[in-house]
Design a protein around this ligand. Structure first.
Ligand SMILES: O=C(CO)[C@H](O)[C@H](O)COP(=O)(O)O
Ligand SMILES: [Fe+2]
Length: 215
């Protein structure tokens, strides 16, 4: 069954603990945490202090999406704060192999992310080293944007490469996921769907998660 990772970017930060516990009760599989640096993307959000604060509020894995240019200096802090998966952008890492292994050296799962405008070719050399491949279906920086459907063939491509290389990474998609676009992503091979506004924008989070999950 496809996993659902609600993005707390669209949660009410004044009651973040309750928001996280509400989606956990509603059937979420991961909690997706968007860390933005104001350089790689035009927005500033969450740092390791917030990850540390939310860690005791849930048993779910914390899936931390770093939108940080040259993220290496911050990776140990996110790991110590309790991240279970740390994903970095290929576009933001001049030494991607070193960064992926720095994440793994912290005892944390490592993911690689590409923007809608980046080809799968850019991450082919690292696919055997990662636990997760995250395909952005919006240009990163903000919640509530529209799904970019030209990314769908890349889901099929990374699913085919997984077979070919005989490796086991999860395929995650992020941006503009709702009940309609979720169906397209699942058909294209996605294993994990990130959704922010489509879950936290609804009062009944269990219902929102179910409608995204159901084919
Ligand atoms: O990484 C992100 C933005 O850069 C968010 O995870 C993503 O946008 C989720 O929000 P929504 O589901 O509302 O598009
Ligand atoms: Fe994200």
């Amino acid at each position: 069954m496809v996993k659902i990772a609600p993005s707390i970017l669209s949660a009410d930060f004044s009651i973040l603990k309750e928001e996280i516990q509400d989606v956990e009760k509603g059937g979420a599989d991961y909690i997706h945490v968007d860390a933005m640096d104001g350089h790689f993307v035009p927005n500033l959000t969450i740092g390791p202090l917030i990850v540390d604060a939310i860690r005791p509020t849930t048993k779910l894995p914390l899936d931390v999406h770093l939108m940080i240019q040259n993220p290496d200096p911050y990776i140990p802090d996110f790991a110590k704060a309790g991240a279970d998966i740390i994903s970095v952008h290929q576009e933001a890492c001049p030494h991607l192999h070193r960064t992926i292994h720095l994440i793994k050296d912290q005892g944390v799962k490592a993911g690689v992310v590409i923007n809608p405008g980046t080809s799968v070719d850019a991450i082919k050399p690292i696919l055997s080293d990662v636990d997760l491949v995250l395909l952005m279906t919006v240009n990163p920086g903000f919640g509530g944007q529209s799904f970019i459907s030209s990314v769908l063939p890349k889901m099929k491509e990374v699913a085919q490469l997984r077979e070919l290389l005989d490796v086991h990474y999860e395929i995650e998609v992020d941006g503009g996921v709702n009940a309609t676009t979720a169906k397209l992503c699942m058909e294209a091979g996605a294993d994990v769907l990130v959704a922010g506004s489509a879950i936290f924008g609804q009062t009944d989070r269990q219902q929102a998660i179910q409608s995204i999950r159901s084919k």
